[in-house]
Design a protein around this ligand. Structure first.
Ligand code: DGJ
Length: 681
């Protein structure tokens, strides 16, 4: 018996390793001191309970089925009805590097080889797990489920926070109490989805929080189940349709990665580790993130109504208020006058752009802005030249009707000829026009993904195309969008640089959407735009100050027809853009904390504990006579701080006072944002 141990500054993972079974989970939690080990092997401290198997099967990294593990198995697979019981018969631990172990398991009875890679990254405090299953038998192995990660949760785990939603209403928080009944969230929509974010955060009675998210843009599931020793097992991974994964002898499948972290600092600590881990996955043009440029997106201002002269006017107005990137959204390509046609025909509409996009792109660039373009590569309208030429390229099942959504079908991204077509079509744009940015959309769920289910191949095909385009055009940034926030995940971010958070730009709705987003993703990836008044998605009206204040901490943009703004609003927007440029480096680096003061005030703080930018939002009018205090738990009680409102005199306040009593807020209008700097003296 051996211990396998990984430490990072804030986390520790310990497994008990035997040569003839999967590694047993002994600990995953806040950092233990070096040398703090289990006092004895697990079975030595738990005598056989009554009426139980003589062979105790505790929670392992790869729980089996039919061989004494009565919880949820990591694998469900068979060979024509046989070889369905699974239990590792051999285990070897490979030290890949100081922070990475690989557990090589074999099940010589079922004919399986399993490799689980566990990396506890010291820079991010994130445990990354992924599993490779190889069919070591001589017949086909049908795989129904294969977990990417099986994690232990301690007995005092109390609640799990997850997110649901829909188009225009992303990141609705659900808090479930953990009981002895199981908890499960599953997404079968074929892409990441609005209604089931692929991650969750578990909070414990002692204040510790555990978080995990699946780096995958397809079907996924996670479950938390109570187990016999009072702990819980948290399984996360991709899900497969029946018959989707059939491994030939020698063939392997590797799951997506799961990013998992734990923090004694609670939810904020988990969020901060996720932010670090996500930041580490991004491949920026030039090797590092440049200041996040202010966007003008044409969608809500123009929709499909493209007219070169008006768009040039818009660009002029955009440059005047300080916008830095002009993104031409849907409506620019052949025959695309509404959402009934043309997806797939990725060349400029000759009626709207008789000389192509070059005149507009040149105009935009001449004004000092980047030029960006919207595409939706995985989609095709039946009314398109592409579909007329290649109807067989759309996902379909013989004998069943095609199921359209937003009048569109989905291309089979597993087909190399489809990917080649899209690569050539997009290359024809990126290679001939000065395009610095692609907004990559995906506006429907997947239904029947092929005669033989190919949901997984769909995701991998898209990743392959994205990677090929990135390799060919490394200077081009990509935004991940799917009808707003339907493809926000740690998988696609390896190929992209921004998420479109939601088509709902109503600032009141955005407060909670963005707070949910920040639980998993860092602010610089959060597309946050100032929309029109009234908001197109809700009809609600908010002041320019409030709309721009709510958008401020994210990757700021403007999505309205600037030409229609009053002089006063235009001036205020210009000031908001200047404000964003002043603060963006502070918002987009460092740590994020989120909290709630009383009385309809929420806040987030960005930076480091000794040097913070505080963003406080009142989202409804007060019912109190006196404004609430805002407590800042991350400060050092032994230090004093200079607290300076954005417009006004600073004052010196003790850290312990700000932690325990809080910062006295001034009276605020019913919808308002305040900014403070808080710096240790
Ligand atoms: C959905 C996106 O979320 C919007 O921002 C816009 O790009 C439309 N699609 C265009 O069809």
């Amino acid at each position: 018996m051996n211990w396998a141990i990984l430490h990072s500054p804030a986390c520790t993972a310990i497994w008990e390793v035997h040569e003839d079974e999967a590694p047993l989970w002994r600990y995953w939690g806040p950092r233990l001191p070096d040398g703090a080990l289990p006092p004895c092997p697990l079975r030595a401290e738990r005598p056989e309970p009554s009426f139980s198997l003589h062979h105790d099967v505790p929670l392992s990294l790869f729980p089996g089925i039919g061989m004494g593990w009565f919880g949820v198995p990591a694998l469900a697979a068979h060979r024509a009805g046989a070889d369905w019981t699974h239990a590792a018969t051999a285990c070897r631990v490979e030290t890949v590097s100081a922070d990475t172990l690989r557990f090589h398991l074999r099940d010589d009875v079922a004919g399986l080889a399993i490799a689980i890679t566990a990396r506890l990254d010291p820079a991010t405090d994130t445990l990354t797990l992924a599993t490779t299953l190889t069919n070591a038998g001589v017949t086909v192995l049908d795989v129904a489920t294969l977990a990417a990660a099986c994690l232990p949760l301690p007995p005092d785990a109390e609640e799990v926070l997850s997110y649901t939603g829909r188009h225009n209403s992303e990141f609705i928080a659900i808090t479930d109490t953990l009981t002895r009944s199981g908890w499960r969230r599953e997404n079968r929509r074929g892409l990441t989805s609005h209604d089931c974010f692929p991650g969750a955060i578990v909070t414990c009675a002692d204040g510790t929080a555990y978080g995990a998210q699946i780096a995958w843009s397809g079907n996924h599931a996670q479950s938390i189940d109570w187990i016999d020793d009072g702990r819980r097992q948290w399984l996360l991974g991709e899900t497969y349709a029946p018959g989707e994964i059939r491994l030939a002898p020698g063939e392997s499948i590797t799951t997506p990665e799961v990013l998992a972290t734990v923090s004694a600092q609670g939810m904020d600590g988990v969020n901060q580790a996720f932010h670090r881990a996500i930041r580490a996955r991004i491949v920026w043009p030039g090797g590092a993130m440049a200041p996040r440029k202010v966007h003008l997106n044409t969608w809500e201002g123009f929709y499909f109504d493209h007219d070169l002269a008006s768009l040039k006017d818009l660009a002029n107005a955009a440059a005047q208020v300080g916008i830095e990137r002009f993104v031409l959204d849907d409506g620019w390509f052949a025959g695309r006058d509404d959402d009934t046609s043309s997806l797939g025909d990725w060349w400029p509409d000759p009626a709207k752009y008789p000389e192509g996009l070059a005149p507009l792109a040149r105009h935009v660039i001449g004004l000092g802005m980047d030029f960006g373009l919207w595409v939706e590569p995985e989609m095709v309208n039946p009314d398109s030249d592409l579909y007329r030429a290649h109807p067989d390229w759309a996902l379909h099942v013989d004998g069943r009707p095609l199921l359209a959504a937003r009048n569109q079908l989905v291309l089979d991204m597993s087909l190399p000829q489809v990917r080649d077509y899209l690569f050539e079509a997009i290359t024809a744009l990126l290679g001939t026009l000065p395009i610095a940015y692609l907004k990559w959309d995906h506006n429907r769920d997947l239904t029947h993904a092929g005669n033989r289910a190919s949901f997984r191949a769909q995701v991998l095909g898209t990743y392959t195309l994205m990677a090929r385009l990135r390799a060919a055009f490394p200077a081009v940034e990509i935004e991940s969008c799917a009808g707003g926030g339907g493809r926000i995940d740690a998988g696609v971010i390896a190929h992209t640089h921004r998420f479109w958070t939601s088509d709902c730009i109503d600032a009141i709705s955005r407060v909670n959407i963005q707070r949910g987003f920040l639980r998993f993703m860092p602010p610089e990836l959060m597309g946050s735009h100032v929309g029109a008044c009234p908001a197109h998605s809700t009809g609600r009206m908010q002041s320019m100050a409030f709309r721009s204040g709510v958008a401020l901490p994210g990757h700021f943009g403007v999505e309205l027809d600037l030409r229609q703004l009053s002089k006063a609003d235009r001036a205020e927007l210009g000031q908001a853009i200047t404000r964003y440029k002043t603060w963006r480096d502070r918002f987009h680096h460092g740590l994020v904390w989120q909290g709630e003061a009383d009385d309809h005030v929420v806040w987030q703080a960005h930076g480091q504990p000794h040097d913070l930018l505080l963003h406080a939002t009142r989202f409804a009018p007060t019912s109190w006579r006196h404004a609430p205090h805002l407590r800042l738990p991350m400060l050092d009680p032994t230090r004093r701080y200079r607290v300076t409102p954005e417009h006004g005199e600073g004052q010196e306040i003790a850290g312990s006072w700000l932690m325990r009593v809080g910062l006295a807020l001034p009276p605020m209008p019913g919808e308002a944002v305040l900014i403070y700097t808080i710096t240790a003296i």
